[in-house]
Ligand binder design. Structure first.
Ligand SMILES: Nc1ncnc2c1ncn2[C@@H]1O[C@H](COP(=O)(O)OP(=O)(O)OP(=O)(O)O)[C@@H](O)[C@H]1O
Ligand SMILES: [Mg+2]
Length: 347
């Protein structure tokens, strides 16, 4: 086929010996199947900034360093030179993140070359030996969904321990290789040491996985691995082998849970829209998650709180109220999760 203009320098330098065919054109990039060093690999060409639709880029690039203060001033002023520098940095960020994660043993494609803003990397292949399908293209059983979830959770944990959060993790950015899931698409990855949004992005990433795989295994929807992982990380207590429970300490009111549910629902709506745009069938509907952690409703103004029979009797006799057991530190919704998961496996 005709060699796309962006690949000409790589062909001239002998990095690519053949351009086989286009593989995919995403929101942000065009991906080609190429031959390089005798192997079939992929070349990712980033689209020009005006042809892309990645939202709120500034939230991801916060804290990223550019080479010197003159360049930084140009970037801040949004001059042409500044925008060009910023674009180069965005493209380079993906290869830097992939290299860092590959070194940390995270399941990402192996990077081979980064030349003129084009990334040449390992082709992830599926069970049939062809390019791997995305997680979004799968219709897993409950058991498969659970296994994929925990593998991806472990990869996210390793990533966080290496100081990075993906920032756009979803069923569209996970490929299913013959030996398990592989995480792709990392130009927006954020460094936890530099970006104040890292915690929120991590929680959103894990919520995305929970929401997609929770359609196939509804028990996953009761878990809060994102919050738990981030809290442990912030306290300096997270290692790649830390065992997580999916439970988080209750914060005293139900507002957090409402916010989390609203965020999960918003990401579900975004996914429906995205599938529609790609001509994919709508995702399987899941039952709404049960939320039983809300405190009992407060009595209306002026209304007396209801007392139990025992309390009324004690009051009549003038006896003191016995000490109450401490309220559980953990959200009771999750107390029975392990039991349920085991029960389920036995079924
Ligand atoms: N290493 C790889 N091996 C196999 N296929 C790949 C690889 N990298 C990318 N792809 C394919 O190309 C598609 C687009 O890649 P990627 O997600 O990196 O770019 P993007 O433009 O940001 O995509 P999108 O906007 O759809 O998220 C992927 O969904 C996948 O199908
Ligand atoms: Mg992608």
């Amino acid at each position: 086929m005709r060699v796309p203009e962006s690949l000409i320098p790589l062909v001239d330098q002998g990095i690519i010996t053949e351009v086989i065919r286009p593989l995919m054109s995403g929101k942000e990039a065009e991906v080609y199947l190429v031959r390089s060093e005798g192997e079939i690999r992929v070349a990712k060409i980033y689209k020009a900034p005006e042809r892309r639709s990645f939202k709120h880029r500034a939230a991801y690039t916060e804290g990223r360093k550019v080479r010197n203060s003159r360049t930084q001033r140009a970037v801040d002023k949004r001059s042409r030179f500044g925008r060009e520098m910023e674009e180069q940095a965005w493209r380079a960020a993906e290869v830097q993140a992939i290299e860092r994660l590959h070194a940390a043993g995270v399941r990402v494609p192996e990077p081979y070359a980064f030349v003129d803003g084009v990334l040449v990397m390992e082709l992830i292949t599926g069970p049939d030996g062809g390019p791997a399908p995305r997680l979004a293209d799968l219709n897993p059983t409950r058991r498969e969904a659970r296994s994929l979830f925990f593998t991806l959770l472990q990869e996210t944990q390793k990533m966080l321990c290496a100081g990075l959060v993906h920032g756009d993790l979803s069923d569209f950015n996970v490929l299913i290789a013959a030996d398990g899931p592989v995480i792709i698409d990392l130009p927006q990855a954020v460094d936890t040491a530099q970006n104040a949004h890292a915690g929120k992005l991590l929680i959103r990433d894990i919520d995305n996985l929970t929401s997609f795989l929770g359609r196939y295994d509804s028990k996953l929807r009761r878990t809060r691995y994102g919050q738990e992982m981030w809290e442990l990380y912030e306290r300096g207590d997270l290692t790649p082998s830390t065992k997580l429970t999916g439970k988080v300490a209750r914060r005293g009111d139900s507002a957090d849970i409402d916010a989390i549910l609203a965020e999960i629902q918003a990401s579900e709506r975004a996914e429906v829209a995205r599938r529609e745009a790609l001509g994919l069938p709508p995702p399987r509907r899941a039952r709404a998650p049960k939320v039983s952690a809300s405190p009992p409703p407060k009595p209306l103004d002026g209304a007396r709180p209801t007392k139990s029979k025992g309390e009324r009797r004690r009051k009549r006799r003038g006896e003191p109220t016995p000490p109450q057991p401490p309220s559980p530190a953990l959200d009771p919704t999750f107390d029975d999760l392990d039991a349920l998961l085991i029960e389920d496996d036995d079924a």
